[in-house]
Design a binder for this molecule. Structure first.
Ligand code: LLP
Length: 432
């Protein structure tokens, strides 16, 4: 959306347009692409996650376009939203994948990913997961400890499948984001310090079962400033230079993910600015760049639609009780995250100040606190915005609540990409 259009949109709707332009009021009805939320709720019920195919593709194309002059591979971070349909959409658009478990590896392969576009990160890979990565022939393991390197070496020897590896360097960089999702400092469990990384590379080059392939890092998530990335890049580049000096050339530099988006009125990370800076800093090197964006590709491409069940008031507070709770969208409870909430039918903003709460038996079960919102009534349909990343994937069955349906909108069409769970599914395998 252009800046004036954004401003106009914000004025008209009271929304700061955190969401993709695929989600807008059209003739007073909040819509995803060409379909109104009301029609989607009628067809699929609530709560339901609604994703826009156009938004996902446009996020991907924008990033890829800005990287055009850098040899690079975008490995979508599966953890952000791992629905198979979304993975195959991104695969068709040209993405590779960043996985962190055997489960995510299976998903990427099921979505048709070429194994040599898959990187495997994570501090606690099990032997079975390492075996699965070796059997698939993935692009590389991002190794996070000396112990893991030993296990990978020994499994590669046993299975007679050489393992391509990079070491995840912990650059000791502060990413200035929520502490739970900051990962690049020495107090964090992730990666190894530079000197130890160099030692591990030296060890790895002596093994016939290991192939040194790259240098990796990932410093955190929802990062809004570009500077922490420069510090991290400098650190992994210096490792690559040192390795080259020791005749251990690397082919790939993996800068991880973490590109911050707008939830409220934050300025999102300047992706074009960052890729320009990357181009400058990588000029003269022959490495291929890997990026592992998750949120930046899917965050603003999804909303959670939910219906108001009750409105309660007491002397102190108003509560809008909706049919989605912390089990469906955990971010507000877990990180105190802000998600805009808008009514499906456009109406004047800020009539009511209320906590928007779910039906679960915990006071931590809220989607918003002390939120200025329209004067909603039971039966009203609401959209919780910017819920495409770390939404459904973090959901649980707490309180024996079936997880929401997921649907993908494409123009005037909609596809059910995961049916709502049934209570019977939740009890499957249990015995009374
Ligand atoms: N690469 C690695 C190794 C990661 O650990 C992550 C995210 C990513 C890439 C993708 O980061 P992104 O581009 O999406 O920021 N549940 C939290 C976010 C946790 C992120 C964990 N790692 C949230 O809801 O904010």
């Amino acid at each position: 959306m252009s800046a004036p259009a954004k401003l106009e949109f914000a004025k008209r709707t009271g929304m700061s347009s955190s969401t993709s332009e695929a989600f807008q009021y059209r003739q007073g009805e909040f819509s995803c692409e060409e379909l109104t939320l009301a029609s989607l709720a009628e067809r699929f019920g609530t709560p339901t996650y609604v994703y826009s195919q156009a938004a996902i593709i446009s996020n991907f194309e924008r990033l890829r376009g800005s990287l055009a002059r850098i040899p690079s591979l975008i490995c979508y971070s599966v953890k952000a939203n791992s629905n198979l349909r979304i993975l195959s959409l991104l695969r068709q658009a040209g993405a590779g994948f960043d996985v962190v478990s055997g489960g995510e590896l299976s998903r990427a392969l099921r979505a048709g990913a070429a194994p040599d576009t898959i990187v495997f990160s994570g501090v606690g890979k099990t032997q079975a997961e390492i075996d699965a990565g070796l059997a698939a022939g993935i692009l590389m393991f991002n190794v996070e400890s000396a112990g893991e390197l030993e296990v990978i070496e020994s499994r590669a020897r046993t299975l007679q499948k050489p393992a391509r590896i990079s070491i995840r360097v912990n650059p000791d960089v502060e990413a200035r984001t929520h502490p739970y999702i900051s990962t690049g400092q020495i107090i964090h469990k992730f990666g190894v310090p530079k000197d130890e990384a160099l030692e591990l590379y030296r060890r790895a080059t002596h093994s016939p079962h290991l192939r040194v392939h790259g240098v990796a890092c990932h410093i955190g998530s929802q990062i809004l400033e570009v500077e922490p990335f420069w510090k991290a890049l400098e650190e992994i580049l210096s490792v690559a230079r040192q390795l080259a000096a020791e005749s251990i050339p690397v082919k790939l530099l993996d800068l991880g993910g973490g590109y911050g988006i707008r939830y409220a009125d934050e300025e999102p990370l300047d992706v074009e600015g960052m890729t320009r800076g990357l181009e400058e800093r990588l000029r003269g090197t022959s490495v291929q760049l890997i990026l592992e964006p998750g949120r930046a590709l899917v965050g603003n491409a999804g909303v959670l639609m939910t219906r108001v069940l009750y409105v309660k008031r007491n002397q102190r507070k108003n509560f809008v009780v909706v049919d989605a709770g912390m089990n469906d969208l955990m971010r507000p409870t877990l990180y105190g995250s802000y998600h805009e909430i808008v009514p499906a039918l456009e109406r004047p903003a800020e009539k009511l100040q209320a906590d928007v709460v779910g039906p679960l038996c915990e006071s931590g079960d809220f989607l918003a606190q002390d939120r200025d919102m329209p004067d909603v009534q039971p039966g009203d349909l609401l959209a919780v915005l910017t819920a495409g990343a770390y939404g459904f994937v973090l959901s649980s069955n707490y309180n024996t609540r079936p997880r929401p349906a997921e649907v993908l909108v494409h123009g005037g069409e909609v596809e059910l990409i995961r049916p709502r769970e049934k209570v019977a599914d939740l009890m499957a395998g249990e015995k009374a």
